[in-house]
Design a protein around this ligand. Structure first.
Ligand code: FE
Length: 337
């Protein structure tokens, strides 16, 4: 009798412990140091400890696939809408019904199974001595023969460029997207190499007149106190694409979702809701120089302010993934290596 009573008591204690998660396992492909403060804030607010596994985007996806139903992961966060869609396609995410998320995150920045928590724009950086802002008003302008030998870009195999081209396909069609990609390749100042910051440096050094870069790389330089960055910042200008056309600049996202096999579902949903909260949204804006997805959140970041207000492309970011495979083929055919 005593044994049975003890066993029952233990079972009860165990189920209570399970009902209230005290920890959360996060797989993250974001490598920004400033995210640490955000995780600490979540733990402070909820008492839920975050165990973090960081890795490269595709490695983490592979790991989740291999771990299958026995994966300890609760939440997967990554950058680029196509990668989120890929995780979704692999059936890794479970839908989350949350009034907090639905009311705060705009519909074009979420899917049924994931949400974006910050946005970044793909902007032009010009060397005003080489290229006039008036000549680079739309992405299409980069293919204008007038810019021959002036364009710097990272590889066409990189998700940032694939998503940009996917948006161009979504707004026009594959043939026109290919003509554009071929035109840009004709205008390259050099073979694609390095990341976005290397393209900005190429512009500053006068190796190219215009480059495409994600906004947070630009903002990072604008905010830096390092003398070499201050010098860099004085050597380029930012031009917002697609403002005159009314289409709006191409944006991409950081986002995440609840994993179907999550052992700590309750904590996972709390964390996703936290990502859309005012305090988390401010961390993204201040920490990694990204724009909050929640419209009411005020950005207090001098670099983002300096880049000014802009119109963003309203295309639902989930749609970028529909054209990602085509975009990669188009880049290959166009020779955008
Ligand atoms: Fe990046």
């Amino acid at each position: 009798m005593k044994r049975a009573a003890f066993f029952l008591a233990m079972t009860a204690a165990f189920s209570t412990a399970q009902a209230k998660d005290t920890e959360l396992n996060l797989y993250s492909a974001r490598h920004y140091q400033t995210d640490e403060a955000l995780y600490a804030d979540f733990t402070k607010q909820t008492g839920i400890k975050i165990n973090r596994i960081e890795g490269k985007e595709d490695e983490l996806l592979e790991r989740l696939k291999n771990e299958g139903a026995s994966s300890p992961a609760d939440v997967f966060i990554t950058v680029d809408a196509s990668r989120l869609a890929k995780a979704d396609e692999l059936g890794l995410f479970a839908p989350v019904k949350s009034k907090a998320i639905e009311s705060r995150v705009p519909a074009n920045l979420r899917a049924d199974t994931w949400l974006a928590f910050s946005t970044r724009a793909r902007v032009f950086v010009i060397n005003p001595a080489l290229v006039k802002a008036a000549d680079v008003q739309s992405y299409g302008d980069l293919a204008n023969p007038k810019l021959k030998g002036q364009v710097c870009s990272r590889s066409g195999a990189h998700p940032y460029n694939i998503s940009l081209l996917a948006s161009i396909i979504a707004h026009s069609d594959e043939a026109r997207a290919e003509a554009w990609a071929r035109g840009v390749v004709q205008n390259f100042a050099r073979t694609p190499k390095g990341g976005d910051t290397d393209q900005i440096k190429g512009v500053a050094a006068g190796e190219c007149g215009v480059a495409i870069a994600n906004s947070y790389y630009v903002a990072r330089i604008l905010r830096s106190e390092k003398p070499e960055d201050k010098k860099l910042a004085s050597q380029f200008q930012v031009v917002w694409p697609e403002q005159a056309s009314g289409l709006g600049a191409h944006i991409n996202v950081s986002g995440g979702g609840l994993l179907k096999t999550a052992p700590h579902k309750e904590a996972a949903v709390k964390f996703l809701e936290y990502l859309a909260s005012d305090s988390a949204q401010k961390y993204f804006a201040d920490g990694n120089n990204e724009w909050p997805v929640v419209a009411s959140v005020k950005v207090d970041n001098p670099a983002l302010k300096a880049m000014g207000p802009f119109k963003a492309d309203a295309l639902p970011v989930a749609q970028l993934a529909n054209h990602a495979a085509t975009a990669q083929k188009v880049f290959d055919r166009a020779g955008w290596k």
